[in-house]
Design a protein around this ligand. Sequence first.
Ligand code: ATP
Length: 270
Amino acid sequence: AKAQLFDKEGPVQVSFKDVAGLSEAKQEVEEIVSFLKNPNKYTELGGKIPKGALLVGPPGTGKTLLAKAVAGEANVPFFSLSGSDFVEMFVGVGASRVRDLFRQAKEKAPCIVFIDEIDAVGRARGKNPNMGSNDERENTLNQLLTEMDGFGSNSGVIILAATNRADILDKALLRAGRFDRQIYVELPDLNDRKAIFRVHLRNVKIDDSVDIDLLARQTPGFSGADIANVCNEAALIAARKGKNYVQKQDFMDAVDRIVGGLEKRTKITT
Ligand code: ATP
C-alpha cells in the first residue's frame, strides 16, 4: 500500500501509440525501454546503463505522457513526484520523501522514477531571487543528488525528470552519472498536430464534416495538451446541443474558446 504514495496514477496503461509525433524523443526513450527490459544485454559487455534523462520542453508537450509510456512499454512500475510539492515543506520533509521514494523504487526495480517540474527543487543553489535562501529546497536537492550517486548505474532504477527550463538547473544535476542526457520535447509541427488530433479523436464520435488536416492548420502554436483540450471541449459543446455526432462547427467553437484561454495566459505571463 505504501507504494501507492508515489505511484499516484496506479498501473501504467500508456504506450507509445498514445504519444503522437515526438519521433526523435521517442527514439531516444526506446533505448531506455530496452535497458529496462534487457539490462544484461548491455551490462554483459561492460556497459553502464544511464541513471537518468532529462525531458526538456514547453508545458503540455507530452513529457509526463512520454515518461509513462516508457514505463508502460517496459511493463515496469512508475513512481512519480513533482518538484513543486517540495517548495513549501517543513524542514526535513522533502529530503525524507526523496529517501522514501528511492527506497521503494530500489525494492521494485526495474522501474521508472519520474520527477516533474524538477526546476522547482533543482534551481541553481544560492540563486533564489525571492526571499533569500530556501534551505529545505536545498536539502531536498542535496538528498536527490545523494540518492542518484548512491545506487549503482545497473540497479534497474531509471530516473526521468521534466523541466521547461534546463538553463536554470543546478549544474550538479547535469553532471556525468546524473541527468547527463537531455531529450527535447518540442511543440508539435503541422504533421504532429494531425497525429495528436487522431489520437484524441479515437474515441470521439465525429461526422464527415470534421477535417483533421484543417484543424491541424488552424492550431499553430498549440501544444498536445491544448489539442486534447480542443477535442474534449468540442465533444462537450456538441453534447450540450443534444447532437449525436461532433461536427466541424463544434471544433471551430472549441478552438475559439481555447485560443481565448491562450491569449489570457500570454497576457498574464508577459
Ligand atoms: P507540463 O510541462 O505542463 O507538465 P507535459 O509536457 O508533462 O506538461 P503532459 O502532461 O504529458 O505534458 O501532457 C498533457 C496531456 O496532453 C497528455 O495527457 C495528453 O492527453 C496530451 N498530450 C500532450 N502531448 C501529446 C502528444 N505528443 N500526443 C498525444 N497527446 C499529447
